[in-house]
Ligand binder design. Structure first.
Ligand SMILES: [Zn+2]
Length: 261
C-alpha cells in the first residue's frame, strides 16, 4: 500500500484504511500525492490529519487526483452516503454528512479553508469507524468487484442493496431513449438496479427478443437506437464507448443495418 497507515503514536482510522485499499485496487496507476498523517503545518491547527489526543487516531485521507478523478470519486462517495464519513472537501466545495446552518447533509457548499483542494480529495471520518468496503464504483468494476458492463438478465439486482450497478448502466441508456422506467429507485426515476418486468418489457420491445437478458446482441441494438435517435449526450458518450467495446462487433453490425433518421 502506498499510504502511511501508522507511525510513532498514531494510526490511521480503519475506515480510512479500507477506502485507501479500495482506491489502490481500482486505480492502481493513479498519480498524485496522497496523504494521511498531518505535517507540521497541520499540527498548528485543528485537523483530522492530526492524531486525536488520547487515542492517536488519524481520521482523514487526502487522495491525490488527476483529470476527472476528483469529481468522480466525490460523486461516488456522496451517492454512497456512507455513515462513517464526516465530510469531504474538493475543489473549493465541501459535502458534510451532517446538517449545518439549515443545510441538509451531503449538499455541496462553498469551502473557503486555507487549501482549495484542487489536486486532492480530502475525506474526514467520524471517530473510531470500522473497516469495510465502501459502496462506490471506481471504474469498470463495481463495489463487489464485478464488471459493470457485463451482460445482465431478468432477476439481476434483486436482493442486493442498491441493486446491480450493471443493471443501472442499462437503465440509464433506456431512460436516455425516453423509456419510462417507473418510480422505483432512490431518485424515483426507475433506476433501481433491478432487472424486473419493466426492464424486461422495454428490452423485448426494443430488441425483438423475449427481453430476458441484455447480452451483446440486445445491447448493440439499444446502443444503435441511441445513436440513431441522436440521444448520446456528452454524459452518455463515454458510457456508450465502454459498452461498445464489450459488445464487440455487434454494434457495427446493427448500426449498418439500422436506417438512421
Ligand atoms: Zn486533507
Amino acid at each position: 500500500m502506498r499510504w502511511r497507515i501508522s507511525g510513532g503514536g498514531w494510526w490511521l482510522s480503519a475506515a480510512a484504511v479500507s477506502l485507501a485499499e479500495q482506491l489502490d485496487e481500482a486505480w492502481p496507476n493513479r498519480h498524485g500525492a496522497d496523504g494521511t498523517v498531518g505535517d507540521q503545518a497541520h499540527r498548528a491547527r485543528r485537523s483530522d490529519h492530526n492524531p486525536k489526543p488520547g487515542t492517536g487516531e488519524v481520521r482523514a485521507l487526502d487522495v491525490g487526483v488527476i483529470r476527472d478523478q476528483g469529481p468522480f470519486l466525490v460523486a461516488e462517495l456522496v451517492k454512497s452516503k456512507d455513515g462513517r464519513i464526516k465530510y469531504i472537501t474538493h475543489n473549493r466545495t465541501i459535502w458534510r454528512n451532517y446538517e449545518k446552518n439549515g443545510n441538509p447533509p451531503w449538499l455541496p457548499l462553498p469551502y473557503t479553508g486555507p487549501n482549495p483542494h484542487v489536486t486532492h480529495v480530502h475525506v474526514s471520518f467520524k471517530d473510531a469507524q470500522p473497516a469495510g468496503r465502501f459502496a462506490i464504483s471506481l471504474g469498470s468494476t463495481d463495489a463487489g468487484g464485478q464488471d459493470m458492463y457485463r451482460a445482465v438478465k431478468h432477476g439481476d439486482g434483486f436482493g442486493r442493496p442498491g441493486g446491480d450497478p450493471a443493471v443501472i448502466v442499462w437503465q440509464d441508456l433506456l431512460a436516455a431513449l425516453g423509456e419510462d422506467l417507473g418510480t422505483f429507485g432512490p431518485n424515483a426515476d426507475g433506476k433501481d438496479g433491478k432487472y424486473g418486468n419493466t426492464v424486461k418489457g422495454i428490452v423485448a420491445r426494443r430488441t425483438g427478443t423475449d427481453g430476458m437478458m441484455i447480452g451483446p446482441v440486445e445491447g448493440a441494438k439499444i446502443i444503435a437506437a441511441i445513436h440513431s435517435a441522436n440521444g448520446n449526450t456528452a454524459a452518455l458518450e463515454s458510457l456508450i464507448r465502454q459498452l461498445e467495446t464489450k459488445v464487440d462487433g455487434h454494434v457495427a453490425d446493427v448500426q449498418s443495418s439500422t436506417p438512421h433518421s
